[in-house]
Design a protein around this ligand. Structure first.
Ligand code: ZN
Length: 402
């Protein structure tokens, strides 16, 4: 992006006054200066569904959702991974291949539609180069190994089409790996699962262990010859969700030179989530009924707006947790894994708007920077968290390809 320091400073002081970190003591000039030199990369955004099903235009500033070009510019995003996700409750693995291709096509067309602002990227160097040209680098990650339909040829094709990580499972088991969301059936990775990991290593595709069971996690670490990532996971010591990372897992990822990208979703940040959700039982039932009506393929345009109406009612009832809860996870992950092993994995557009106060969308990333400054992080450390660590792990995985 072409950045004007004076304009940015003005915008930032407004943001810092009106955002959730109104109490931040960070100097807006320091925040602005840091963001001007940062390569901010977010590893996990679910905007893809809106792009595919509702012709969501990234160039317009929206009053809903968390990602679009105007808001990415305010958030100083340099690179963003769109998640290519297929619902395992809705699609068979074979249907998931179709749905995956549909989404990859929609993403590529959307990037091509905004050539002066967006660039397709697949490598760390391309993210940095796009930033130098004042454009945002758009990347893709496949969320859920079911989408390869147990076929390494399909995996290789996704790589050829631009996907640069794959999350091995979503919330159901694949035929070759256990998820953290269900009781184990494979006891981790099967032999074919190990072949998938090795093929990803050979291709230079990041192996993402967000969502997998603990046993799958340790099997992946024992199998992978390259560093691995958690694209969107937080800390289990602070919020006991089975897909958050234990301290031992944080240390194990660090020992392999990988990166844990912290998820901003309330449910993974704060244990009160379960209790809080009980107060929105009618809205959850309404959403479940809507999900049943949603067609697999074809016109899904009516269902996004309906879903957002339900979300709005939920948020109005629930309110938001404070930004400090998110900062706690960054601080904990850095304390346990080390400063070189933590990054951003917001899960924007995938979490029914249940994000902390002051982190309602991507434009609020300066609040995270200010919050980290308040917690005593140095500029060098914050630059690593914002994207420096991600660039390193991407380069390591690219170099390890054969
Ligand atoms: Zn996810």
């Amino acid at each position: 992006m072409k950045r004007s320091p004076a304009l940015l400073l003005a915008a930032l002081s407004i943001l810092l006054q009106t955002g959730g970190s109104a109490q931040s003591k960070a100097d807006p000039a320091r925040v602005a200066k840091l963001l001007n030199s940062a390569v901010v990369i977010d590893l996990h955004d679910d905007t893809t569904q809106m792009i595919t099903d509702e012709a969501y235009n990234l160039a317009e500033k929206h009053t809903y959702g968390q990602i679009d070009i105007p808001r990415m510019k305010v958030g100083h995003v340099a690179g963003l991974f769109l998640s290519i996700w297929t619902d395992t409750d809705l699609f068979t693995p074979t249907e998931s291949v179709h749905r995956t291709l549909e989404q990859i096509d929609a993403v590529r067309r959307e990037i091509a539609r905004h050539p002066s602002e967006l660039e397709s990227a697949t490598t760390a160097d391309q993210i940095v180069a796009a930033r130098g040209r004042g454009r945002i680098a758009m990347l893709m990650g496949v969320e859920g190994g079911h989408a390869i339909d147990s076929d390494l040829g399909v995996l290789r094709t996704y790589y050829q089409l631009g996907a640069r990580y794959m999350t091995l499972t979503h919330t159901n088991h694949t035929p070759w790996a256990d998820t953290s969301s269900k009781p184990a059936v494979h006891k981790g990775l099967t032999d074919f699962g190990k072949q998938v990991v090795k093929e990803m290593n050979r291709l230079g595709m990041m192996v993402d262990i967000s969502h997998v069971s603990d046993k799958t996690f340790y099997d992946v670490l024992a199998t992978s010859t390259a560093p691995v990532i958690a694209s969107h996971s937080s800390c289990r010591a602070l919020a006991n969700a089975p897909r958050n990372m234990t301290d031992d897992m944080l240390r194990a990822i660090a020992a392999k030179n990988g990166v844990v990208h912290i998820n901003f979703f309330e449910g993974f940040l704060d244990e009160s989530y379960g209790t809080r959700m009980k107060t929105v039982t009618p809205e959850l039932a309404e959403q479940a009924a809507l999900d049943k009506k949603t067609p697999k393929f074809g016109d899904r345009t009516a269902y996004g707006p309906e879903s957002r109406k339900i979300n709005a009612k939920r948020i109005a009832k629930l309110g938001r947790i404070p930004l400090s809860k998110l900062l706690d996870h960054f601080e904990h992950a850095v304390k346990v894994a080390g400063i070189d092993h933590v990054g951003l994995g917001s899960d924007f557009d995938g979490v029914e708007d249940q994000l902390p106060e002051g982190m309602e969308d991507v434009s609020k990333l300066p609040n995270l920077v200010a919050g980290l400054m308040d917690r005593g992080f140095s500029d060098t450390d914050i630059l690593k968290i914002l994207g420096g660590n991600t660039l390193r792990v991407m380069r390591d995985v690219e170099k390890a390809a054969k």
